[in-house]
Write a protein that binds this ligand. Structure first.
Ligand SMILES: C[S@@+](CC[C@H](N)C(=O)[O-])C[C@H]1O[C@@H](n2cnc3c(N)ncnc32)[C@H](O)[C@@H]1O
Length: 246
């Protein structure tokens, strides 16, 4: 008797957005409502998981300092879930294609011939720009933006240079604040460069902290929630005194 190849279901990599349940896309919510199983990150909230009441939920969350499911195990779990279920959702914070280890998951799924669809999400940078009402680009001030992180594979840690874009958005940067500030200052950036820190963006306990690059050099202190660091002249607080539009 010949061994039959497994018939796999379909895997959806869905962007959950920054946290608030109504910042997921309509498509993402529709697929969640059809899911048999949802594998989700630690930053995905209960309100979002409530969009899939029928589904089995598996937390594969990775938060710094906490126990996490290693990426290889997540890849294998996705394959196992696809072998047993028709609709598998891998729900990732923000957008799945930005700092989300999507490449490893896609490679594994493709290697097994498993159908994949990606549903974009609102990345934290855009949600933080909206929450703080600070556009990331600004005419005459900032015409380039870099999304970057210092969290990387250990063998690449020494090679990291700061991007030279006008606006810099650092993901996973809470603990890296001092190192980031030192590197930017060494690069010749102004000590007065505005910095905006958004913690728990889009959630009820969201906080916004404004400082200068010279303050960032002293670090951000202990933070419980996820933190996005936004740096650049476009982050300067707007002059709120009445001005005539030109
Ligand atoms: C592994 S990355 C995932 C990024 C995600 N794919 C995105 O597009 O936003 C996790 C980092 O995103 C940022 N982040 C995610 N959710 C956040 C939130 N609600 N508030 C502030 N930062 C957040 C933090 O810098 C956190 O360390």
């Amino acid at each position: 008797m010949s061994q039959s190849t497994p018939r796999y279901g379909k895997v959806y990599l869905v962007g959950a957005g920054p946290g608030a349940a109504d910042l997921i896309t309509v498509r993402g919510a529709r697929i969640l409502a059809q899911a048999d199983v949802v594998l989700h990150d630690a930053l995905v909230t209960e309100d979002l998981l409530a969009l899939a009441p029928q589904a089995e939920k598996i937390s594969v969350g990775k938060r710094s300092g906490q126990r996490s499911t290693a990426q290889l195990a997540i890849n294998q779990l996705l394959v196992d879930c696809a072998a047993h279920h028709r609709t598998v959702v891998r729900l990732k914070g923000g957008d799945p294609m930005l700092f989300g280890r999507a490449d490893e998951e896609l490679q594994t799924l493709e290697a097994h011939g498993i159908a994949v669809e990606i549903v974009p999400g609102i990345t934290t940078a855009f949600a933080a720009a909206a929450a703080t009402q600070q556009p990331l680009t600004k005419r005459g001030v900032a015409r380039s933006v870099a999304f970057f992180t210092s969290a990387t594979a250990p063998q690449h840690a020494d090679e990291l240079a700061m991007p030279d874009s006008d606006t810099l958005i650092q993901y996973m940067g809470g603990r890296e604040a001092i190192a980031t500030a030192k590197k930017l200052i060494a690069q010749g950036r102004s000590l007065e460069l505005p910095v905006v820190i958004v913690e728990n963006c889009s959630l009820p306990d969201q906080t916004v902290t404004r400082m200068r690059l010279r303050d960032l050099e002293h670090g951000l202190g202990e933070r419980q929630g996820p933190v996005l660091v936004m740096i650049g002249d476009a982050m300067a607080a707007r002059d709120t005194t009445d001005k005539k539009e030109d």
